[in-house]
Design a binder for this molecule. Structure first.
Ligand code: GLN
Ligand code: ZN
Length: 759
C-alpha cells in the first residue's frame, strides 16, 4: 500500500507566510523577499512529506491567499475592476483578495465564503460578460518544477472544473453553459503541459461532488470529464473528493476514465457502503481517506486496520490517504512545549499525521504485531478521565422550559424600547476594536509572567476608557468595551472554562493571512468563575449609554474548537450552553442591559446535504443557543451576531433562535437576503453589516448612505440597526475610526432625511 496527502498546511509552522505577506502588503519587504520566503516554506512542506516516504505528494497546494482564487486567476476569471488596475500580477491578485485603495485605484475585494463545512474561507470568483477564459500565469507549473528540482515528483493538484464552476458567481448575463467549454479547454491545456513535463499524476479536487446533486449537475460533471479525460494523454488522473460521500454520482464517476478515485471514509458516511454495494472498478486505484484531515486526535489503528480490511475485500489497489487537505489542522505538535504529555499522546497534527500514514503503511505490510500497532493500541486502551459528575447531573435535569424565553418577542420588544430609548437606526459595532501591537504586547507580557495582573488590567482599562470615550464622541448608540483581553473569541472562553485544552501554536488558516487557534475540547465543560463580568461592569461604569456584554455562543464555541469524539456533538453543545448561560445571568445581575451572544459559526457546520440539516444539526444547535439566552428578564436585550449572510435556507432556524437583534455580514454580498427577511416577516431586529471589515478600505459617507437607503427600502426602518459586518480587531486604528465616523455621519444624515419626509 502506498500513501498520499491531499494538501499540507501552507501558512508555516509559526505562521511565517502570514507575517511575510503582511509585511509585504505594508510595504516593509520587497516582493522578491516574499517570494523567497514562500519558496522556503514549500520546501519544508515537501521535505516533511518526503521524510515520511509519502508516495503521492501534492504541489500547487500552496497559496498566497486562497486556492479557489488561484484557480480563477489561472483561468483568467478576473473582473475588469482588477484587470484595469495598474499593478503587477501579484498585487492584482492581492487586490482581488483584499480590495485595494491606493495610487492605482479603489476597488472592493471579491466576496468571501466558507469552504464547505470548514472554517476556511475562499474567495468567490466573479464571471463578467466579457470574461476571456484562458490560461493565465504559471504558478502550478512553477511549483511542480520547484519540487522536481528537490527530486520530489509531485502530483499537481487543482480545484476541479466542476467544483470551480459551482462556486462561480455570474454577475452579468452569462450562464454555466456559456463558459463550460472554455473552462474545459484551459484544464486540458494544463494537463497537456503536465504531460509535456512528464508528470505522472494529476489531481482534480472535486469536493462539490459530496453535495446533493441533481440530474443537471451530474450531466455537467459527466460532460466536463468525458471531454477532459479524452485528452489526458499518458498522465494518470486522480479525481479527489472530500468532506462527505458521493452517493449521487458514484456509478457515474466509476464509469469515467479516471485512474484514481479519492474517497473520504471519515466524513463520508456512505462511502464504504457504496463500495460494497456497487463494487470498485479494479482498473482504478482507490485513494482511501482514512487519516482524518480535520481533527487533531490520533488515528486509532485498531479501527483503521479493520476498515482497511473491509475496503480491501472490494478493492485491489489501495493508496492510504488523508480524508481531506491537512490545511484544516495545525502544523505540528513539535511546537507544543507546554501541553502535558498525557494529552499530547492522544493528539496528531499535520506533521504527525504523516507519521500515521507511514506507520499504517508499515502495519499493512508487516501486520499488527508491529510495535507501531501495539503502541497505538495501548494509548487507545488506557482509560482517559474526561467526565465531570456535576455537569452530567445538570444536563440530566434540563426541562423543556429551560429552552423557552418568556415573555414572547413582541411583548419584550416594547419593554426593551421603553427601557433603552434608542434612536431610529441605532448604531453599534460588533465587539472588538483594533488589536494594536500594544494590545497584543500587553497580553503577551501578562501571559509570560512579565507583568502582574494589576498592570495588565490597568492597561486594558486605559484602552477601554479611550475607546468608550471615542464611541461617545462620535455618537455611537450602543457601545462595546473592545475585547482587548481576548486573543480570539473562542480561545478566550476556552482558556477560562474547565474541560478545554489549548495550544501554543495550533494555528489553522481561516482566510488569507488570518489564522485561528482552535482550542481542544478534552472533557466535560464547566465554568468555575465569571469570565467577562469585570470588564463589562467597568466599561458600563464609564458611560450612560448601554455597553453590550459580549459572549461567544455554544455552537460557535463548539464549531471553532476541536471537539471530542467520544461523546455526541449535541452533548458537548449543551455543556457549553450551560456554562455560557451562567455568564449571561451574571452579566444581567450586574446591570448589563444588552448582551450579545456571537454565533459567528452557526451555519458553518450545517451538514453538506440538506436532508441531514434538521436531524443531525439544527435539532440540537438551535436549542443549545436558546438554552443560553432564555432565562433573562424581559428587559434584557439579547443580540446575536453571525459571520455570514446566507440565511435564505435556514431562515426558520434563525427565527427560532428567538434573539431580539441579529447582526450579520451583508456588505460583500448582495442584499437579496433582506427580501427574504421581509417575505417571512422576520421578527427580530436586524443589523445587516453596512461595510466590509475584512478589507482595509474606508467607505465614504455617500457610500454608507447609499447602502443604508438600499436597506431601508427592504426592511422596516424601525427594525434596522447600523453596524459594520463583523468585529474590528483585524483592522488598523485609522481605518476603523474613519470608517466608523463616516458610518455614524451617514446614519445621522439619513435620520434627518427621514424626519424631513415625515414632516
Ligand atoms: N464579537 C466578536 C468581535 O467583534 C465577533 C467576531 C466574529 O464574529 N468573528 O470580534
Ligand atoms: Zn462576524
Amino acid at each position: 500500500m502506498k500513501t498520499a496527502v491531499i494538501g499540507y498546511p501552507r501558512i508555516g509552522s509559526k505562521r511565517e507566510l502570514k507575517f511575510a505577506i503582511e509585511k509585504y502588503l505594508k510595504g516593509q519587504i520587497e516582493q522578491s523577499e516574499l517570494i523567497t520566503k514562500a519558496k522556503a516554506l514549500r520546501k519544508i512542506n515537501w521535505l516533511d512529506q518526503d521524510n515520511q516516504k509519502i508516495d503521492f505528494i501534492s504541489s500547487n497546494d500552496f497559496s498566497f491567499y486562497d486556492n479557489v482564487l488561484d484557480t480563477a486567476y489561472l483561468l483568467n476569471i478576473i473582473p475588469k475592476r482588477y484587470q484595469s488596475l495598474d499593478l503587477d500580477p501579484l498585487d492584482k491578485y492581492f487586490a482581488m483578495a483584499r480590495g485595494y485603495q491606493g495610487k492605482a485605484g479603489d476597488v472592493k475585494a471579491l466576496a468571501m465564503k466558507k469552504w464547505f463545512n470548514t472554517n476556511y474561507h475562499y474567495l468567490v470568483p466573479e464571471v463578467e460578460d466579457d470574461v476571456q477564459i484562458e490560461l493565465n500565469g504559471t504558478k502550478i507549473f512553477d511549483e511542480y518544477q520547484e519540487a522536481k528540482d528537490l527530486n520530489i515528483n509531485t502530483k499537481p493538484v487543482i480545484i476541479g472544473p466542476y467544483t470551480l464552476i459551482k462556486l462561480l458567481r455570474f454577475t452579468g448575463t452569462l450562464t454555466i453553459q456559456d463558459i463550460v467549454d472554455d473552462v474545459i479547454r484551459v484544464y486540458v491545456e494544463i494537463i497537456t503541459k503536465f504531460n509535456d513535463l512528464n508528470a505522472q499524476w494529476f489531481e482534480f479536487d472535486e469536493p462539490a461532488l459530496v453535495l446533493d446533486m441533481d440530474e443537471a449537475d451530474i450531466g455537467l460533471f459527466k460532460n466536463i470529464y468525458t471531454k477532459i479525460l479524452k485528452e489526458k494523454g499518458a498522465i494518470k488522473v486522480l479525481l479527489q473528493t472530500y468532506f462527505g460521500d458521493i452517493r449521487d454520482c458514484y456509478n457515474d464517476i466509476m464509469a469515467l476514465d479516471f485512474d484514481g478515485i479519492g474517497l473520504d471514509f471519515i466524513e463520508g458516511k456512505e462511502t464504504l457502503n457504496l463500495i460494497k454495494k456497487y463494487g470498485f472498478d479494479q482498473n482504478k486505484i482507490l485513494f482511501a481517506g482514512i487519516v482524518n484531515g480535520k481533527n487533531i486526535w490520533k488515528n486509532d489503528y485498531q479501527k483503521t486496520i479493520i476498515l482497511l480490511e473491509e475496503i480491501n475485500e472490494n478493492v485491489n489497489d489501495i493508496v492510504i490517504s488523508t480524508s481531506c487537505s491537512l490545511l484544516h489542522v495545525p502544523y505540528s505538535l513539535e511546537n507544543e512545549e507546554k501541553l502535558d504529555e498525557k494529552y499530547k499522546r492522544h493528539l496528531a497534527f499535520a506533521k504527525e499525521k504523516l507519521v500515521e500514514l507511514f506507520q499504517l503503511k508499515i502495519i499493512s505490510k508487516l501486520g499488527t504485531k508491529h510495535s507501531y500497532y501495539v503502541d497505538n493500541a495501548n494509548i487507545f486502551n488506557e482509560a482517559a478521565n474526561r467526565s465531570n459528575a456535576s455537569v452530567q447531573a445538570r444536563l440530566a435535569s434540563l426541562k423543556e422550559s429551560d429552552f423557552i424565553r418568556q415573555p414572547l418577542f413582541d411583548q419584550r420588544r416594547e419593554i426593551q424600547k421603553e427601557k433603552l430609548k434608542l434612536p431610529l437606526l441605532p448604531t453599534t459595532t460588533i465587539g472588538s476594536f483594533p488589536q494594536t501591537s500594544e494590545v497584543r504586547a500587553n497580553r503577551r507580557a501578562y501571559r509570560k509572567g512579565e507583568i502582574d495582573e494589576t498592570t495588565y488590567c490597568n492597561f486594558n482599562h486605559t484602552m477601554i476608557q479611550k475607546w468608550i470615550k471615542y464611541q461617545e464622541e462620535i455618537g455611537l448608540d450602543v457601545l462595546v468595551h473592545g475585547e482587548f483581553e481576548r486573543n480570539d473569541m473562542v480561545e478566550y472562553f476556552g482558556e477560562n472554562l474547565d474541560g478545554y485544552l489549548f495550544t501554543e501554536n495550533g494555528w489553522v488558516q481561516s482566510y488569507g493571512t488570518r489564522c485561528v487557534k482552535p482550542p481542544v475540547i478534552w472533557g466535560d465543560i464547566s465554568r468555575n468563575h465569571p469570565l467577562t463580568v469585570d470588564y463589562a461592569v467597568y466599561s458600563q461604569s464609564l458611560t450612560d449609554k448601554p455597553v453590550k456584554g459580549m459572549l461567544t455562543g455554544p455552537v460557535t464555541m463548539l464549531n471553532w474548537s476541536f471537539p471530542r469524539v467520544d461523546i455526541s456533538l449535541k452533548e458537548v453543545a449543551l455543556q457549553l450552553a450551560l456554562a455560557i448561560k451562567d455568564e449571561v445571568l451574571d452579566l444581567e445581575a450586574k446591570g448589563i442591559k444588552i448582551i450579545q451572544i456571537d454565533e459567528a459559526a452557526l451555519r458553518e457546520k450545517l451538514p453538506l446535504r440538506k436532508s441531514d440539516w434538521q436531524s443531525e444539526y439544527l435539532d440540537w444547535a438551535i436549542p443549545a443557543y436558546r438554552l443560553v439566552s432564555s432565562s433573562v428578564q424581559a428587559d434584557t436585550q439579547i443580540h446575536s451576531h453571525m459571520c455570514y449572510s446566507e440565511f435564505d435556507d435556514i431562515i426558520q432556524a434563525i427565527e427560532d433562535m428567538d434573539s431580539d437583534v441579529i447582526s450579520f455580514e451583508a456588505s460583500r454580498s448582495n442584499l437579496t437576503l433582506l427580501d427574504t427577511l421581509n417575505k417571512v416577516k422576520f421578527k427580530s431586529e436586524v443589523g445587516p453589516g453596512v461595510y466590509d471589515i475584512h478589507s482595509p478600505r474606508i467607505p465614504s459617507v455617500e457610500e454608507f448612505e447609499t447602502a443604508l437607503k438600499a436597506m431601508i427600502e427592504k426592511i422596516p426602518v424601525d427594525k434596522l440597526w447600523v453596524n459594520p459586518d463583523c468585529g474590528l480587531k483585524t483592522r488598523g486604528v485609522f481605518e476603523t475610526q474613519s470608517s466608523l465616523e463616516n458610518m455614524v455621519t451617514a446614519t445621522k444624515n439619513i435620520r434627518l432625511k427621514l424626519q424631513q419626509i415625515k414632516k
